[in-house]
Design a protein around this ligand. Sequence first.
Ligand SMILES: Cc1cc2nc3c(=O)[nH]c(=O)nc-3n(C[C@H](O)[C@H](O)[C@H](O)COP(=O)(O)O)c2cc1C
Length: 306
Amino acid sequence: MSRNPLSTSFAGLKLRNPTALASGILGYTAESLQRVVEGGAGAVVTKSVGAAPRMGYANPTVVQANCGLVNAMGLPNPGIDEFVEEIAHAKIILQAPLIVSVFGYSAEEYALVAEKAVAAGAEALELNVSCPHVKQTGSEIGQNPRILAEVVAKVKGAVQVPVIVKLSPNVTDMAETARVAVKAGADALTAINTVKAMAIDVDTTLPVLSNTRGGLSGPAIKPIALRCVYDLYETVETPIIGCGGITTWKDAVEFFLAGAIAVQVGTAVALENPNVFHAINRGVKAYLKKKGYGSVKEIVGIAHRA
Ligand SMILES: Cc1cc2nc3c(=O)[nH]c(=O)nc-3n(C[C@H](O)[C@H](O)[C@H](O)COP(=O)(O)O)c2cc1C
């Protein structure tokens, strides 16, 4: 039994606790990622980076909903050639695994960005095949089994680090997408990215977001994400990282019970503060003790015994 009840591992990555920063929250700098590790995160995922710089959409790109955020940032990013410096710096200062999120418009582009990210120091990659609001990438790739398989296989052939595939809930059958990703070589799956959504301003009578449609995150999507993780656990044997609306230790425990080996936290970091990881970890540790478990790994998937 491990002495640290929170330590976990998946796909060859070792984490001192089962929480990670979700992609896209808190910008791109190594210092902001370090702030999250100081706040208790066991790993960090960077914002998604592509082959070339992208401005993203004009403001407004984020709007607060009742129980979360609707965002359509448009994947703003400096491009991998500039971002490699930040990856290299983060690799030196971070005391937690650095997972770089990548996107592209073709399998070749995903592989190119992946190779550069790994050469700069990425310890694992997360493939964003699930962004709901940018054309010809993200969920447009994740929704097409042939292209998805090509992207995953090409990246796997190009790098030697674990490759995590981040899935979209905006599909008819997520299990099918997961099977395709796993067959093509995915070492782990993250579920879920944001859920397609929008907001309308009753004064202007127009959509709020400049892109009209965006993706909903935060507590509103937690039950959806939880159901996705539960279903995936019954579909594949690949490690699953739960993501979607996790704010408290109880949320995190629900995801472990459903089958997640670790969880990512996004909106709660943006709406509260980076120390939310400490609070989640403290609560999970107390729960394990109270229930008599020696390790968080012991509770993964146990809701399925019913
Ligand atoms: C402002 C914002 C930006 C995001 N940017 C990305 C991104 O660049 N890449 C990605 O894979 N997911 C991105 N996401 C999705 C999150 O990583 C996460 O999957 C989603 O928000 C659900 O988790 P949460 O409810 O904890 O935020 C973004 C989410 C938000 C709110």
